[in-house]
Design a protein around this ligand. Structure first.
Ligand code: NAP
Length: 270
């Protein structure tokens, strides 16, 4: 465990070892001193916490000026995890908490989105801290194997023609880094929707990626039997609801605020 060299100067990224967290830590490089906060300590310098029990949070957030909160995917009680982090942030005197939400948080047909809407409410009403919310749409990197050319087939549990405002994760991370480094004097009280530059289906994303990729729609049950074996029953139910929603409505979000925060248009998926 490393000592904070300059108390109050660091930004703590909770969930730093995950897909989103790795991108946010990389984007913060050069803009701010970063404290990687991970579930299980992975390398010297990491701070290990358990968001469920709150273990390690006080030490991890002590002396930080900002916190970026990234929740584990489809957790059964995300608001409880956020409350644990906010309590530690307030007692550590953190100035600014930025919550990684999602576009369309209040969508009753998707319970894990509704939990993010609840989290936004927890953040706004907790007291004792200043805050910002980021609401990204679906990441193009969810189809990373298509983007890097290693996939030749994609199995989808929803229509390949449903449309999404796919975002590039590096762009989302760029906005997170800007908001964290500029801090609450500029960004307190703001909720920023981050949608990509166009409405694109997964079929179109695969066509754009270059290599020949066949896209096959399968039932949600079939998809779960192959790809959802490690999920809890609750996790499977939440993801299934999301796939059914995508099938009917797609998932879109605006990009005007994204462009303004990036200082350029958000990148296309390919
Ligand atoms: N994918 C998208 O298109 C998209 C779009 C918008 C928003 N989001 C949201 O972004 C968030 C992160 O997604 P992701 O794909 O980056 O997730 P991820 O790669 O699974 O990362 C989640 C991180 O949370 C950590 N974690 C798990 N349980 C924990 C615990 N009890 N205490 C502390 N840390 C714990 C994990 O650490 P370990 O690996 O050590 O367990 C992991 O580093 C999710 O809430 C998701 O809903 C995703």
């Amino acid at each position: 465990m490393t000592e904070s060299p300059s108390r109050g100067a660091e930004i703590a990224v909770l969930g730093a070892a995950g897909k989103t967290g790795t991108a946010v830590v990389a984007a913060l490089e050069g803009l701010a001193d970063v404290r990687r906060v991970v579930h299980t300590a992975r390398r010297p310098g990491d701070f290990a916490v358990d968001l469920e029990t709150g273990a390690g949070l006080n030490e991890a957030l002590s002396g930080c000026r900002g916190v970026y909160f990234i929740a584990p995917n489809v957790h059964p009680d995300e608001p409880a995890l956020l409350r644990n982090a906010l309590a530690a942030a307030v007692s550590a005197g953190v100035e600014h908490v930025v919550y990684h939400s999602v576009a369309w948080p209040y969508t009753p047909l998707m319970p894990h989105h509704v939990d993010k809407a609840r989290c936004e409410d927890v953040l706004r009403t907790f007291g004792g801290l200043r805050w910002t919310v980021l609401q990204p749409c679906a990441y193009a990197e969810n189809f990373g194997a298509v983007l890097d050319g290693s996939a030749t087939t994609v199995e989808l549990p929803y229509s390949p023609d449903a449309t999404f405002s796919f975002v590039r994760l590096a762009d989302v991370a760029g906005v997170a880094a800007r908001v964290l480094s500029e801090g609450p004097d500029i960004h307190h009280g703001a909720t920023y929707e981050l949608g990509g530059p166009e409405a694109l289906s997964v079929r179109e994303l695969c066509d754009r990626a270059g290599g020949p990729v066949s896209v096959k729609q399968v039932s949600v049950d079939e998809w779960m039997s192959r790809h959802g074996r490690d999920l809890t029953d609750d996790g499977r139910a939440r993801l299934s609801a999301m796939f059914e929603f995508y099938d009917r409505y797609g998932f879109l979000a605006g990009g005007a605020m994204f462009e303004s925060l990036l200082g350029r248009p958000p990148a296309p998926v390919t």
